[in-house]
Ligand binder design. Structure first.
Ligand code: HEC
Length: 222
C-alpha cells in the first residue's frame, strides 16, 4: 500500500469542495428563479393593456375588455385572448382606480364568504363545486342564465345567481345562499372576470372540453 496514491473518491477535501460548489450553484439558481417568478406574476398596468403588451396577470382594467379563450396551437393549451374590443362590465368603462377598487371588493368577499371551501380558484380550494378559475368564460352565462334569471346581460345574470344561487340550481349540487349583497356580487363578477384573463398555462386542463361534455350530458357533476 505504501506510496500508492489514494483514489479521489476517498478524498475528504474533494467531497468538501464539491458540496461547497453544489450549494453555491443551487443558491444562485434559486435566487434567479425567484426573481424570474416575481417578474412573471407581477400584475400588468393599464398602459400595457392599452398597448396590447401581454402580461400573465393583466391590470384590473382588463374587465373593460372582451375576454376570449382560445386553443394556442404552438403551446398546445388554451389561453386567454384579451380584446382588442371593449366589453365593459355592467356597460360602464371603469378607470384604473375604480376597476382596482371593484376587484378588491370581490377578492375580500371571496375570502370572507370562503368560496374556496367548495370551489377551486387558481388551483387552490375544494373540489365540491365547479372550478371557478375560468367560470366567467362558461358559455352558460350567455346561453341559458340570462333567460333563467330574467336579466339582459351575462354579468347581470351572474349577479342574480350569486345573490340567490338557491333560486337557480344549474348543476346536480346546489350552492347555498351566502347572503351576498348586490355590490359584493358585482365585485365578485369583476374578480371572476379578471381571474379568467390570467394566463394559467391552460389550467384547468381541457376547460372547453369539460364544458362541452357537461352541456351534452357528459360525466361531470353526476
Ligand atoms: C357550500 C359550498 C359553496 C360555497 C361556499 C360557494 N359555492 Fe359557488 N357553487 C357551489 C355549488 C354546489 C355550485 C354548483 C351549483 C349550481 O350551479 O347550481 C356552485 C356554483 C357556482 C357558480 C357557477 C359555476 C359555473 O360556472 O358553473 C359560481 C360562479 C359560483 N358558484 C361562485 C361562488 C362564489 C363567488 C362563492 C363565494 C362568494 C361561492 N360560489 C361559494 C357551492 C358553493
Amino acid at each position: 500500500m505504501a506510496g500508492k496514491k489514494a483514489s479521489v473518491w476517498t478524498s475528504i477535501s474533494f467531497w468538501r469542495r464539491s458540496a461547497a460548489w453544489v450549494t453555491g450553484l443551487a443558491t444562485i439558481l434559486l435566487i434567479w428563479l425567484t426573481f424570474d417568478t416575481m417578474a412573471q406574476i407581477r400584475m400588468g398596468t393599464d398602459q400595457e393593456l392599452k398597448e396590447g403588451i401581454k402580461r400573465r396577470i393583466p391590470a384590473p382594467t382588463v374587465i373593460n375588455y372582451k375576454i376570449d379563450y382560445k386553443y394556442d396551437e404552438k403551446r398546445g393549451l388554451e389561453a386567454p385572448v384579451i380584446g382588442p374590443e371593449k366589453q365593459p362590465l355592467f356597460g360602464k368603462e371603469l378607470s384604473p382606480k375604480e376597476a382596482a377598487a371593484l376587484l378588491h371588493l370581490g377578492k375580500l368577499t371571496s375570502q370572507s364568504k370562503n368560496c374556496m371551501d367548495c370551489h377551486t380558484l387558481l388551483g387552490n380550494g375544494g373540489y365540491y363545486a365547479p372550478d371557478l378559475t375560468k367560470a366567467w368564460l362558461d358559455p352558460m352565462w350567455e346561453q341559458t342564465m340570462p333567460a333563467m334569471t330574467g336579466k339582459k346581460t351575462k354579468e347581470e345574470a351572474m349577479v342574480a345567481f350569486l345573490m340567490h344561487p338557491d333560486k337557480y340550481p344549474t348543476h346536480a349540487r346546489m350552492m347555498p345562499n351566502l347572503g351576498i349583497t348586490e355590490q359584493e356580487a358585482k365585485g365578485l363578477v369583476a374578480f371572476l372576470k379578471h381571474m379568467s384573463s390570467i394566463d394559467t398555462n391552460g389550467y384547468p386542463r381541457g376547460f372547453s372540453k369539460t364544458i362541452k361534455e357537461f352541456q351534452t350530458g357528459g360525466t361531470y357533476a353526476k
